[in-house]
Design a protein around this ligand. Structure first.
Ligand code: CTP
Length: 468
């Protein structure tokens, strides 16, 4: 019967196949030794390089090189026969069967962790090389980024807690204009050693970057000053409340060669980025509609310029707009169906038109609760992201034939902020002024809706005043 088998098949049955996995960031001698030891166990060596979204979802946040770069580095080794990308937790067991693996090899820092794979193949723990690791190389090659917090907003404490999981960032200063509050905050927070109530003095210290979490109307001035003082800026969205100001800030960041990033955490989550990758492959055909809801019971009471500080559109629309813009691109025209109460929008259904006759439907509301899910509809099937879709962990690709449903799950730790903080730190370390996960044009795109709405509201309020 052997004559019916292909040459490759018969060769492969005689050859011993070894498989190993790793991140292989900043490929070093320890990796090389391990791979050579693995190859020496047999004939055919398969190396699984972990995908960046998978790495981030399992808490490995500080990897410097992209998946593409790491794959290329391993592919260039002549003793490696095949390189694959590892995308999820269960893949190892699947690969053992798929590639008919004889030995699974891994460094002895993992002793015991992969014993469960003995069910599929023989597991071999190999000696690790002492004194070298990617972590060590990252520490030696990139210095720690000192960061300060501006404001005492709703996310300040969460930001501090989450930043502790990002090894290249150290948050140790805070500025807010209320001296007593700053004093109380630094007293309660061991890691925040220095408090300031003077912004110029705060910016004059050795911090390289700031995170801004203040009232929305203060963002523009605070960002401008920080950029002018040479600081990189991560700021809660919206960065500015008019198109003119947003454009000005983006060009100032470019001129000063500094990173300016909107703190829309969804954009940096592993599952959200994997979702975009799957869509890029055309998994549901041509995309015709994106529908996303974001509501919050939270309602502020004490601001006077009510529609900007309290309105659902200003506070929440960046999230559905992110999904709509990332998937459908720039919107051609925007229609609002809003409900106003006490001078601000408590509910707004925003419909946007996009290329190839696609529609974006964003629903935002404050003071009420709705199902915060999202649906992306295409010509072959659709993607369902369960609530809260903006904390993306799971999504399902569904077709008319329910047996074809594909489920994707990417865990994330904590409140999710750490992925954004890690991307911010990693970009600064690598001297980059743009994030691929949230480009300057994405930032313009996600703010287009709210900035346009502000113009509509301003002119409505003006007309109402004139009529009185
Ligand atoms: N490895 C090794 N000797 C080292 C470092 C890594 O044998 N000094 C092995 C690991 O045991 C694993 C493979 O190389 O089998 C890939 O490891 P990876 O986690 O990518 O490398 P590290 O340098 O350990 O990375 P990090 O510091 O980010 O954990």
């Amino acid at each position: 019967m052997l004559s019916y088998r292909t040459k490759w098949e018969s060769e492969m049955t005689e050859k011993k196949t070894i498989i190993t996995y790793g991140t292989y960031d900043m490929l070093h001698e320890g990796h090389m030794n391990l791979l050579k030891r693995a190859k020496a166990l047999g004939d055919y060596l398969i190396v699984g390089v972990t995908d960046e979204n998978y790495d981030r979802s399992r808490g490995k946040l500080n990897v410097i090189e992209s998946t593409k770069k790491r794959v290329k580095a391993i592919e260039s080794l002549d003793f490696v026969d095949k390189v694959i990308v590892e995308k999820h937790k269960n893949q190892k067991a699947e690969d053992m069967v798929k590639y008919d693996v004889d030995i699974f090899a891994i460094g002895d820092d993992w002793v015991g962790a992969f014993d469960y794979l003995n069910e599929y193949t023989h597991v071999e723990y190999l000696p690790r090389t002492e004194g070298i690791s990617s972590t060590k190389l990252r520490k030696e090659n990139f210095s720690m980024i000192k960061m300060g917090i501006v404001g005492l907003g709703r996310d300040t404490q969460d930001f501090i807690n989450e930043s502790k999981f990002v090894s290249n960032i150290k948050v140790n200063r805070i500025y807010a204009d209320d001296f007593l509050k700053v004093k109380a905050f630094t007293k309660d927070n061991d890691s925040i050693k220095y408090g300031h109530d003077n912004y110029d003095e705060f910016l004059d210290t050795n911090i390289q970057a700031v995170y801004i979490d203040t009232a929305l109307k203060e963002h523009y001035t605070l960002i401008r000053k920080a950029l002018e003082s040479g600081k990189h800026v991560l700021c809660e969205n919206p960065l500015a409340l008019s198109k003119k100001e947003l454009k000005e800030l983006l060009s100032l960041a470019k001129k000063e060669k500094r990173l300016l990033l909107s703190a829309v955490k969804t954009a940096f989550l592993p599952a959200f980025n994997q979702l975009l990758k799957e869509l890029d492959k055309g998994i549901i055909g041509e995309i015709k509609e994106v529908r996303a809801t974001r509501t919050s019971l939270y309602k502020e009471k004490h601001y006077s310029d009510s529609f900007i500080q309290q309105g659902a559109t200003n506070i929440l629309s960046a999230y559905p707009s992110l999904l709509v813009n990332k998937v459908l691109g720039k919107s051609k025209n925007i229609t609002f169906f809003d409900q106003i109460e006490d001078g601000y929008d408590i509910n707004n259904l925003i419909v946007t038109k996009h290329k190839k006759r696609a529609l974006g439907i964003s629903s935002v509301a404050v003071g009420m609760k709705s199902e915060g899910d999202a649906v992306i509809s295409g010509t072959k099937g659709y993607i369902y992201i369960p609530a809260p879709w903006w904390l993306t962990k799971t999504f399902e690709v569904r077709f008319e034939d329910i047996h074809k449903t594909m489920k994707f799950h990417y865990e994330f730790e904590g409140s999710g902020l750490r992925y954004m903080i890690a991307e911010f730190g990693s970009l600064i370390q690598r001297g980059k002024q743009k994030s691929k996960m949230l480009t300057p044009s994405d930032m313009v795109g996600i703010n287009r809706v709210l900035l346009e709405y502000n113009e509509v509201r301003k002119s409505q309020i003006k007309t109402q005043k004139e009529e009185k």
